[in-house]
Design a binder for this molecule. Structure first.
Ligand SMILES: C[S@@+](CC[C@H](N)C(=O)[O-])C[C@H]1O[C@@H](n2cnc3c(N)ncnc32)[C@H](O)[C@@H]1O
Length: 391
């Protein structure tokens, strides 16, 4: 998989050179065994030595070129616009971002996401607006025992349920100076929750945090809350931008040590009935699922198309997560819901087999043997997924 993306080309070439030099060595040994210590042998030896020497020089040049490629984007993006504070969410300046961390600007405009639904988005907008308008400082004091980001559970309840998973899956992938990115970060509390859990078992310094979120009010709030909250877990804020998780074009590739998403917000109307209202849509899809169970061929076909569209949406979201992760980095997708017709009250999602099929279907650059899933402990009908990007 990695060679498809050209990552291993240098390695393959230098391996070939080593092999060549090995075969040359065999050739030299054989010549000595024959006892033919004549001029022809000397000429051959000189030629062989010359080939081996050029191979060594070429290998050195190739590996130097490879390491230059790794750092190219850091240097080139450093020249780009510096993210500026404001509603677009970027809160960093050149002074507080060391050179080795990713630097990029938040987009000035975000197109409507394909999963946009007015009534659904309203839930998040209202929660964030309410906190902003009431008192952010008071919220910082009390958030541990308050519901947030539409979970219907408090921070402490979500943290307790995810605790084991967080420690098992994040700890080994975070070290001093690591970068972590959350796709669809809401108001940012799931990043805090993650780092709090990890810090219990591994003391970490200088973690840099990044993310994106579609709802503008939540982006604003995350950027207000996180600078203070992250200092309690030895981390600092890079940026939380407003952005659609299926289109992170403004985030440079191969940049983060861990990329995760707390929950992929599904396509609420994959068949584009366009009722514009969650409940009307819901009734239509419920009808399809019930008739599918009765083997109604039309319903079966519609359910199949809806599921395929849902899966392609998930595929796109995860594809972006993989792209921005560093080679070898952890990709973590939490609280994945199951297909709509399996779990009609959980918005729709994907089956377990979607993940192994997806590696092939969407050409995800991940190690298929790293794929692991486990039941979520917060919402037990959902599951969590772990994958590692190819080196
Ligand atoms: C259930 S909340 C989870 C928030 C956070 N990840 C957590 O685990 O606490 C889902 C979040 O996804 C956001 N979201 C939905 N669709 C999105 C999209 N296309 N791009 C980015 N964010 C999106 C919502 O606005 C909401 O904040």
């Amino acid at each position: 998989m990695a060679s498809e993306f050209g990552c291993d080309d240098n390695e393959t070439e230098s391996e070939a050179l080593v092999l060549r030099s090995k075969s040359e060595r065999v050739h030299i040994t054989k010549t000595f065994e024959n006892g033919k210590n004549d001029r022809t042998t000397k000429k051959r030896m000189i030629a062989v030595v010359a080939i081996v020497a050029s191979a060594i020089v070429l290998t050195t040049i190739l590996s130097a070129l490879a390491s230059t490629n790794e750092t190219t984007w850091i240097r080139s993006t450093a020249k780009h616009d510096v993210p500026k504070p404001g509603n677009d969410g970027a809160m960093t300046t050149t002074e507080d971002v060391p050179q080795q961390f990713p630097q990029f600007s938040c987009p000035s405009e975000v197109r409507q996401a394909q999963n946009y639904d007015e009534s659904f988005e309203g839930v998040y907008t209202n929660i964030s607006e309410h906190i902003i308008e009431s008192n952010i400082t008071a919220f910082i004091e009390s958030f541990r025992h308050e519901e947030y980001d539409g979970w219907g559970k408090t921070y402490e309840e979500v943290k307790a349920g995810l605790h084991e998973w967080k420690i098992e899956r994040f700890t080994d992938n975070l070290n001093d100076g690591s970068t972590i990115y959350e796709s669809a970060s809401g108001i940012g509390l799931s990043i805090l929750l993650t780092l709090e859990a990890v810090q219990e078992v591994k003391e970490l310094k200088s973690i840099k945090v990044y993310g994106n979120e579609y709802v503008k009010e939540s982006v604003y709030l995350a950027n207000k809350l996180l600078p203070a909250l992250l200092s309690q877990v030895n981390a600092t804020l890079g940026s939380i931008c407003q952005g659609d998780s299926t289109d992170l074009h403004f985030v440079p590739s191969n940049s983060f040590d861990v990329v995760f998403t707390g929950y992929i917000s599904t396509l609420l109307d994959p068949l584009n009935f366009g009722k514009g209202d969650l409940n009307s849509n819901y009734e239509l899809y419920e009808h399809i699922c019930l008739n599918k169970k009765k083997k109604d061929w039309e319903a079966m076909k519609l359910a199949e198309i809806a599921q395929e569209r849902q899966e392609d949406w998930f595929g796109l979201w995860v594809q972006e997560m993989i792209r921005i992760a560093k080679p070898g980095a952890a990709i973590i997708i939490e609280q994945v819901s199951r297909p709509y017709c399996k779990d009609m009250y959980d918005w729709g999602g994907v089956p377990h087999k979607f993940w192994s099929n997806g590696i092939h279907k969407y050409g995800w650059d991940v190690d298929r043997y790293s794929l692991d899933m486990s039941k979520d402990q917060v919402f037990t009908q959902r599951y969590n997924v772990f994958m590692r990007k190819n080196l």
